[in-house]
Design a protein around this ligand. Structure first.
Ligand SMILES: Cc1ncc(COP(=O)(O)O)c(C=O)c1O
Length: 374
């Protein structure tokens, strides 16, 4: 089967591009002297996670407990659930820990610690706990220079049911950058905030075994990770238009595309309609801070090469509207024409699909199924 034979919309993973990005990040982690714990939220797929570790079931981070269960049942034994835990779900974590999984959970609040401690006591298990730190993104995490971080770490350290695995951060504000120089500065900030916070905890007598950082932009640009023990990039497996625009990768590194079919053709209006809308591509507005006219993804031919003059201007649920620079250009893509779209945000687009078609060149050589649900 070939890419052009797929029923559309279809998710396609380019095996060669995927392999190149995975090898580059593995090599980078080795060179920087840190453990690679890929965040599998991007693909949610055991086959790709194994490729990320050169064929092994190595350490990973997940974004849902459903992923934790799916990867654990495929042999992954060291997993960090890298989203703050809802206290009511402690029993599900306990079940996995009791089955022998090292499942780390995140905390940044004394109330969560109290709930986890109570749950671990009732369930008679010991939870590995990561203290989440805010290194400048201002989404989650303790203030690295405030009092709460020390209090939470000390409370975890004193607990008979919790083990402080380490401190963890995600420099999501790297996505606000406009170029590689800006990303490098955020990467250094991410490292420096964590190294100095680890020093503060150690000075207070609290052992910090691990210092975990990571996003795809910062890990694509960082030059020195002294004091850090592990990195957790996720998106780098697929890359996307956002990463290419801010300078984490090149457009040709993007391994994930959505194949779509022209189902509407209005050359006189300079417009085409694809059968891939927001439920195939997500509605991520993309890197508008760099390119206000970025649209909803890059329009490519079946060979993966960008089609000049075509712009994915808007999305509704099942329709993608492409504008063409001229009527003559629009007329070159009649009803039934297949195209490939590189999405703005591959993690969200991939999550729209229940299977990925694996491609080598234009040949489909396999099918992978991501874990779904929460
Ligand atoms: C806690 C955490 N760690 C790691 C990552 C991976 O970041 P990226 O997708 O930029 O590689 C994310 C992404 O959202 C995250 O939330």
């Amino acid at each position: 089967m070939h890419i052009g034979d797929l029923r559309t919309p279809a998710a396609v993973v380019d095996l060669v591009k995927l392999g190149a990005s995975l090898a580059a990040m593995r090599e980078r982690a080795n060179r920087l002297g840190v453990r690679l714990r890929p965040h599998v939220k991007t693909h949610k797929c055991v086959e790709i996670a194994r490729l990320q570790h050169g064929g092994q079931e190595g350490p990973i981070a997940v974004s849902t407990l459903a992923e934790a269960r799916a990867f654990a049942s495929s042999g992954f034994r060291d997993i960090t659930y890298a989203v703050p835990l809802a206290p009511q779900r402690g029993a599900e974590v306990a079940e996995l820990v009791r089955a022998g999984l090292r499942l780390g959970v995140l905390v940044d609040h004394l109330d969560t610690v109290a709930a986890l401690e109570a749950c671990a006591g009732v369930e008679n298990v010991r939870f590995p706990v990561w203290l989440k730190v805010d290194c400048g993104y201002h989404r989650c995490g303790v203030d690295p220079v405030g009092a709460v971080g020390l209090q939470v770490a000390a409370r975890v350290g004193r607990s008979g049911h919790l083990e402080l695995a380490g401190i963890l951060t995600h420099a999501g504000h790297a996505y606000h950058c406009r170029n590689r120089e800006e990303i490098t500065a955020v990467a250094r900030q991410e490292r420096d905030v964590m190294v100095s916070f680890a020093g503060r905890l150690r000075q207070a007598g609290i052992p910090v075994p691990e210092v975990s950082v990571g996003s795809t932009p910062t890990m694509s640009a960082v030059d020195d990770l002294s004091g850090v023990t592990e990195i957790r990039p996720g998106n780098y497996a697929f890359h996307d238009v956002f990463q290419a625009t801010i300078g984490s990768c090149r457009v040709r590194d993007c391994a994930f595309t959505v194949v779509a079919t022209v189902v509407g053709s209005y050359p006189e209006a300079g417009r085409l309609v694809l059968d891939a809308g927001a439920l195939a591509l997500s509605k991520d507005p993309g890197p508008t801070h760099v390119d206000p006219a970025c649209g909803f993804g890059r329009v490519c031919g079946l060979d993966g090469e960008e089609l000049e003059g075509l712009h994915l201007a808007s999305l509704s649920q099942e329709h993608g509207t492409v504008t063409a620079a001229t009527a003559t250009l629009a007329a070159r893509f009649p009803i039934g024409t297949r195209m490939r779209i590189i999405p703005n945000h591959s993690c969200l687009a991939a999550a729209c699909f229940d299977r990925y078609h694996v491609a080598e060149g234009d040949r489909i050589v396999g099918e992978w199924r991501p874990a779904r649900g929460w």
